[in-house]
Design a binder for this molecule. Structure first.
Ligand code: ADP
Ligand code: MG
Length: 407
């Protein structure tokens, strides 16, 4: 069992939920932090824990049943996404994990222990929590925002700030931004700060409630990629709430689809949910695009790459051709396509190039290959190796054959 959680439980059972706990907990956290420092391990890399909902119901005082008889096991070290329409109980479910909301009946287990045994403030401090619009303190600098939890846990100011600076780097923000105030950052940067602040809790569990919903789609994709990259290194137990099915299938190892009233409609891998929705509700939620979304889980193995006619930038063409030509730089990486009509005797000039559309890296899911083929002006998707060199091409026709045989 994770050490912070054992501590929270000990605090809880000794002191009772209403006793002041800040001081003793703070001292314990400080000692734990120091001993980790001596071992030289990344303090963010701690053992992950599983979460279990056993027949959990939440009825608010006005009679609203937000969650009804929910039983769900969230595997440790995975990203589990709760997805469903607005009002279906996602936020309520998430908040029952860190006791911001108490269930009316049923049990929530964290690492096999009932969360009711833990002291709520210690529990909350010990679990990273990220919300929409980041929820940053507007009058504190970015650095002090991230340092909040370490400071609350009794770290000295200097050490807390050092840790905060390290976490800003972890989420891909330059150190200078630490001196700014949240309003001086873009929406995407604010969300990164929100993630950094949650990581500062140094917790095996991260709860994320629509964290990327307020940023535009391009920035959102960047944040999603970053989260996946971080997770591949940290291996935390992440519970991620969204109403966006694309986001759910992109991020989730598992997806739990909830319907209004907080009832679990389906729980499975994204591929299972897309391919075999259990009923009309799930089918309509995952939508008509589900065939296309499902391509994210089909691999492109065995597709025979086509040769692409290519030429180096600055090289001379021998004569006219009726084909599109791919132009590559000296390292063999694609620069763009030359349309047939522009190919006459003479030098290949940058100004004649048409952008090459998305590139497909061999080994990625077939959806990327189809994107590459459909976005390529020549109709041939460019396939590159890990080092970015062109290794061949694929057409949509080839891919449709693969898809027909495998989905
Ligand atoms: P979601 O996050 O999926 O949009 P919520 O968990 O926020 O859903 O809410 C689920 C249901 O519970 C909704 O009908 C909502 O109006 C209701 N609800 C949420 N919080 C409260 C509250 N504090 N008091 C009464 N009803 C609430
Ligand atoms: Mg919500």
């Amino acid at each position: 069992m994770a050490r912070w959680y054992r501590r929270a439980i000990r605090r809880g059972s000794q002191a009772g939920p209403s006793a002041p706990v800040l001081v003793p907990t703070a001292r314990l956290s400080f000692q734990a932090a120091r001993s980790r420092g001596r071992r030289g391990a990344d303090p963010a890399t701690v053992a992950s824990v599983a979460i279990e909902f056993a027949n959990v119901t939440k009825r608010y005082p006005d009679g609203t049943v937000a969650v009804e008889d929910l039983s769900l096991t969230i595997e440790d070290g995975t990203i589990t996404v709760l997805v469903g329409p607005s009002g279906c109980g996602k936020t309520t479910t998430l908040r029952m994990i860190n006791r911001m909301v108490e269930p009316t009946s049923g049990t929530v287990l964290l690492d096999g222990r009932d969360v009711r045994e833990a002291d709520p403030p210690a529990l909350r401090r010990g679990i990273g929590y990220v919300i929409q619009n980041a929820g940053l303190f507007p009058h504190r600098t970015v650095l002090d925002n991230v340092a909040t939890v370490p400071l609350l846990s009794g770290w000295g100011r200097r050490r807390a700030r050092e840790r905060a600076a390290e976490l800003l780097r972890t989420v891909g923000l330059p150190a200078e931004l630490g001196r700014r105030y949240p309003a001086q950052l873009s929406g995407g940067q604010q969300q990164r700060v929100g993630v950094a602040r949650a990581l500062a809790a140094d917790s095996p569990v991260l709860l994320m409630d629509e964290p990327f919903s307020a940023v535009d789609p391009i920035v959102r994709e960047g944040l999603q990629d970053e989260l996946l990259r971080l997770q591949s290194r940290l291996g935390k137990t992440i519970v991620f709430v969204t109403h966006d099915v694309d986001e759910a299938v992109r991020l989730g190892d598992r997806v739990a689809v909830l319907r209004v009233g907080g009832r679990l409609a389906q729980y499975g891998t994204p591929a299972e949910v897309l391919r075999h929705p259990v009923d009309d509700f799930v089918a309509s939620l995952v939508g008509q695009d589900r065939g296309y979304r499902g391509l994210s889980f089909v691999d492109a193995d065995g597709i025979e790459l086509k040769d692409i006619a290519s030429i180096g930038l600055g090289e001379r063409l021998a004569g006219a051709t009726s084909d599109w030509l791919l132009v590559v730089n000296s390292a063999g990486r694609p620069r763009g396509w030359l349309p047939p009509e522009s190919i006459v005797d003479g030098e290949v000039r940058e100004g004649d190039l048409v952008a090459n559309g998305s590139l497909y890296r061999g080994g990625d899911p077939v959806r990327g290959a189809l994107d590459a083929a459909l976005s390529s002006p020549s109709g041939i998707g460019v396939v590159v190796a890990d080092d970015g060199r062109v290794i061949g091409g694929v057409t949509a026709r080839q891919l449709l054959d693969v898809i027909e045989n495998r989905t």
